[in-house]
Structure formats: C-alpha cells, structure tokens
Design a protein. Structure first.
Length: 60
C-alpha cells in the first residue's frame, strides 16, 4: 500500500507542476496557486509515507 500511496503522491506532484507552469504561461495566478497547493499536498503525502516506513522499520 505504501508504494501505491507514493505513486499517487508523485502523480499529484507532477500534476501540480504542470498546472503551476500553465498558470505561469497564461498569467493565471489562481491556476498557478492551485498547482503549488497540489505540490505541497504531494510533499505532505510523501512525508507521511516516510514516517510510516520509519515506524515499520523500528518495529521490525
């Protein structure tokens, strides 16, 4: 499940980067901000998975 969550987070990050770039090109600050928010969400998801992995390693 952890790998699946990481893939979803990576896809969300890529989606955010594309949206941010599109907002930059079109001059749409709302689109750019939404892209940045998606990237931040992806970063949090990756951090959660890292913590889960660390806990699992500590238990094992």
């Amino acid at each position: 499940m952890s790998t699946e969550n990481r893939v979803e987070a990576t896809l969300k990050n890529v989606e955010g980067k594309i949206q941010e770039a599109a907002g930059e090109v079109t001059g749409d600050p709302k689109m750019k901000a939404e892209g940045q928010a998606k990237q931040a969400e992806a970063k949090v998801r990756h951090s959660v998975e890292n913590v889960k992995d660390d806990i699992k390693r500590a238990i094992d």
